[in-house]
Design a protein around this ligand. Structure first.
Ligand SMILES: Nc1ncnc2c1ncn2[C@@H]1O[C@H](COP(=O)(O)OP(=O)(O)OP(=O)(O)O)[C@@H](O)[C@H]1O
Length: 597
């Protein structure tokens, strides 16, 4: 709670700095609501007492003031709502949303996008900027509601001190509501896993990509059954919590209503005995109505604020996680212009957070400057993990990676990335103009048509561009009114993107041809072997090619054979065949299969 209060304080200060006039106006309007509501009750009492004592002037002034105060409360209520929305939008959709986006998008590592427990929080917070800022204004509005409540009760105290006992009766609905909302939040957390499963199964059953296999397997009905079982769990758990919350709320309001019934009876009795004026009775009735409204408003806003706690927790986590990562990660050592020795791995091991098994286990090898290094191995043997470590997405848990003798961790990450070119297995599909989706590979040259055309040539994607309706200027992505590409075509755009930088020190191609047909595969490999040689001459770049297809990488200078995270063998194609080990076995199997097909 202390951290939430601190966050609200921080958001208010931010709002004050960024939009001082709107912030001051919102606060003032909220605070003015207190005297305006009180004014209605006081003016009505004056008007009624004026009528009963025959003082017409007082009666008229009282009635006029009551009408004015009533109009003021209505107007202030509307204005405060609009101002709160406006202020929330201004800060929430700019500063906070941008901060969240930056924290998610620019962190050096990928853990927050890959670990399920982190990803859950990131998913929650992704679109929550508006609600987080709105909760700050709700908290301030609750404060003014409570202030109003206290003032109104003190006003009742002027009629009879006994009426002060209504304070706890008014507090009860607030407490009951908060308790109920917490029960609902807890139920949502408890059923979150079933909800995730339900959403996953729902997506499986309703997307084209998975829909085909489900139809062929006849598994559609089974997916629906499992989805509904998961949903039943979610609905059942949440329904029970909501019912309990509803009972609590009903109990709170019943006590409140009974308390006020009693209060009114007391004042009626006193008036009948001549101990109070009819004005007191009118004041009590007016205050009772205003109190009910204040409590209801506070309850409603408190529900919103408590609900926002679900978002505030992950938001605060993301901020401190991002700050911790930024403090930990960035190295400062400059990058060499060209590689002289190469990249050396010494006893490198890596375990994905939240898992037990080593994805890489004690890897020691040098990738010499200017070399084409192929990484081969079966599914899950650690190939992608290795290139992710070289790209500095993760740091080794044990051992070290050095670049020309300098620890990779100590190298300036942005500078290292600026000298890395890469096409990863799970390449991005950027829905923008084709030229830009390629130019993104070297941001300062995103509009350099010549370089883009060259990258397109390098990726053998010229015929693809020729078929696009507006060539390089074609908008991609149907939801943006553009064209859709096939998997292979998207992969070619990724390859072109990776060819934008003219002088990388590390060039990564992770399964660069997985979505391409065999002739394209051979052509691409040949082109990239040539490109690797050019880069080697220029900067001593190390080219790392990950592939399942052994035959395509046989021309590499060095082949690393990974097996369950261990570097089983390494050497040239000829050396490995001569050893007659795992590489020779797998190469033989693939060659036979390929010849037979
Ligand atoms: N984000 C992740 N979180 C947890 N475990 C992971 C993650 N990514 C990979 N792994 C695990 O690490 C091991 C190595 O995976 P990696 O993707 O490096 O293998 P690979 O050889 O590239 O496989 P493939 O040929 O299928 O691409 C596997 O056991 C995999 O399940």
């Amino acid at each position: 709670m202390r951290r939430t209060l601190a966050l609200w304080g921080e958001l208010f200060a931010l709002s004050w700095r960024r939009i001082p006039a709107a912030t001051a106006a919102t606060l003032s309007v909220l605070l003015l609501g207190v005297p305006a509501t009180t004014g209605i009750a006081l003016s009505l009492r004056t008007a009624v007492d004026g009528i009963t004592t025959g003082d017409h002037d007082t009666a008229v002034i009282g009635a006029a003031c009551a009408a004015l105060a009533y109009a003021a409360t209505r107007t202030l209520n509307h204005i405060s709502r609009s101002l709160m929305i406006m202020s929330t939008e201004k800060i929430g959709l700019t500063d906070i949303h941008e901060g969240i986006h930056r924290d998610i998008a620019t962190l050096e590592g990928l853990e927050h996008l890959e670990r399920t427990d982190y990803l859950d929080r990131v998913t929650t917070v992704r679109t929550s900027a508006w609600a987080i800022v709105a909760s700050m204004w709700s908290a301030i509005a609750i404060f003014t509601d409570v202030l109003q409540l206290v003032v109104l009760l003190l006003l009742l105290g002027t009629v009879s001190p006994w009426l002060l006992l209504l304070l706890p009766a008014a507090a009860l609905p607030l407490w009951a509501n908060a308790r109920g909302q917490r029960l609902v939040n807890a139920a949502e957390t408890d059923t979150a896993e079933s909800h995730r499963l339900q959403r996953h199964l729902f997506k499986l059953g309703t997307r084209a990509a998975t829909g085909k296999e489900l139809r062929v397997a006849g598994a559609g009905e089974e997916i629906v059954r499992r989805q509904s079982a998961a949903f039943d769990d979610v609905v059942e758990g949440r329904y029970r919590a909501r019912m309990r919350a509803a009972w609590l709320r009903a109990a709170g309001w019943t006590v409140f209503t009974l308390g006020f019934g009693g209060g009114l009876a007391l004042v009626g009795h006193r008036t009948a005995q001549g101990l109070g004026t009819p004005g007191d009775l009118v004041l009590t009735i007016t205050v009772a109505a205003a109190l009910r409204q204040s409590v209801q408003q506070a309850v409603y806003r408190a529900a919103g604020a408590i609900d926002a706690m679900r978002l505030i927790g992950p938001y605060l986590w993301l901020r401190s996680y991002a700050a911790g990562q930024r403090a930990r990660t960035t190295g400062t050592t400059p990058i060499p212009d060209a590689l002289r020795e190469g990249i050396t791995l010494t006893d490198v091991s890596y375990v994905y957070p939240g898992t037990e098994r080593r994805a890489l286990d004690g890897i020691s090898v040098t990738l010499p400057a200017g070399a084409v290094v192929a990484v081969v191995g079966e599914f899950g043997s650690g190939k992608t993990t290795l290139v992710k470590l070289l790209s500095k997405f993760y740091r080794p848990d044990e051992g070290r990676i050095t670049v020309d003798g300098t620890d990779l961790g100590a190298l300036d990450t942005d500078a290292w990335r600026a000298r890395t070119s890469a096409a990863y297995q799970d390449f991005g599909r950027f829905h923008t103009v084709f030229a830009q989706t390629v130019g993104l590979g070297d941001l300062p040259h995103i509009d350099d048509r010549e370089r883009i055309a060259e990258a397109v040539r390098a990726a053998d994607a010229e015929s693809l561009v020729a078929r696009l309706p507006d060539g390089l200027d074609t908008q991609l992505g149907r939801e943006l009114g553009g064209v859709d590409l096939s998997e292979g075509q998207w992969q070619k755009t990724a390859l072109a993107r990776a060819s934008m930088r003219p002088d990388p020190l590390l060039f990564v191609l992770d399964e660069p041809t997985a979505s391409l047909d065999s002739p394209s595969e051979q052509a691409i490999f040949q082109r990239y072997m040539d490109r690797a040689r050019t880069l080697a001459d220029r900067t001593g770049a190390v080219t790392v090619i990950v592939s399942h297809r052994f035959s395509t990488v046989s021309g590499a200078d060095l082949i690393l054979v990974l097996d369950k995270g261990i570097l089983a063998e390494y050497g040239t194609h000829e050396e490995l065949l001569a050893v007659g080990g795992r590489y020779a076995d797998l190469y033989g199997i693939q060659a036979t299969a390929y010849a037979a097909s």
